[in-house]
Design a protein around this ligand. Structure first.
Ligand code: GLP
Length: 245
């Protein structure tokens, strides 16, 4: 960072120069993913700029996702996420997908309970207005990196006690003879709002892939209606295509 003052007279605002030199340091690996940034004061002294300038540069880099700030513990170089390659042609669960990659899965519960269904849920799950819906919302984490927010709805007759499911919904469905055999999945691009970005540990406005999965039993009955928000920087969806005809 000490190069900043030396080039102070080249015109660009000091905070932009400092920002660039921090970015360069990250790019060259001088400070790596997950490393703590020196304190604001240390940077200010080294670069011979004011702490206000340091704060401005750091804030910009946090906004850009290069750095992350954790309350109480400081500023760090954003950890690099290993991109996950996800097949679009196999009907698997999050737990199975991550286990195949040797990644440790955890989930944070955002909500689980039985509710009167929304109009969407009535329509997709084919419920009557009197029936109840089981909702499970989770933040899905692999190797300590939050990858997706998933909100699943199922008929409460299939899942009467959503608080009893362990770590895998599909494992419960398998045990109860309700494992889906077919699904239709719709993927659309979006930008994360503040709350979801916070959960996924990325800057607000970051790219996401929103996935809606409607899955079916062999009988043709809809069993699951799930809306998921996947981190755009963490997923590659891959499908094999064949010549039609
Ligand atoms: C994937 C699908 C969801 C499904 C989930 C089940 O993530 N996108 O639609 O509900 O897997 O995963 P698990 O069995 O780990 O709870």
């Amino acid at each position: 960072f000490s190069t900043v003052k030396a080039s102070a007279r080249n015109g660009a605002p000091l905070y932009l120069q400092l920002k660039k030199s921090i970015e360069d340091a990250v790019q060259r690996g001088v400070i790596g993913p997950g490393d703590a940034l020196p304190s604001e004061r240390d940077i200010a002294v080294k670069a011979d700029v004011s702490r206000v300038t340091v704060r401005k540069a750091v804030q910009d880099l946090v906004k850009g996702g290069i750095l992350v700030q954790r309350h109480g513990s400081g500023t760090f170089v954003a950890p690099r996420v290993e991109r996950v390659e996800q097949s679009l042609s196999r009907l698997t669960s999050f737990t199975e997908d991550m286990a195949r990659r040797g990644m440790a899965v955890t989930s944070t519960w955002l909500d689980r309970g039985v509710y009167p269904p929304s109009p969407d849920e009535i329509m997709v799950l084919g419920l009557s207005a009197k029936e109840l819906v089981a909702r499970i919302s989770r933040l899905r984490i692999a190797n300590d990196t939050p990858l997706a927010i998933e909100r699943a709805s199922l008929s409460a007759t299939v899942l009467p006690d959503p608080t009893a499911i362990g770590s895998s919904l599909y494992a419960v469905l398998e045990r109860t003879g309700n494992r889906p055999v077919r699904a239709v999945q719709r993927i659309s691009a979006a930008n994360l709002g503040d709350a979801d970005a916070k959960l996924l540990d990325v800057p607000p406005g970051s790219a996401s892939l929103n996935i809606e999965r409607i899955s079916y039993l062999a009988t043709g009955k809809v069993i699951e209606f799930t809306r998921s928000i996947y981190r755009g920087d963490a997923y590659d969806f891959v499908a094999e295509l064949r010549l039609a005809g």
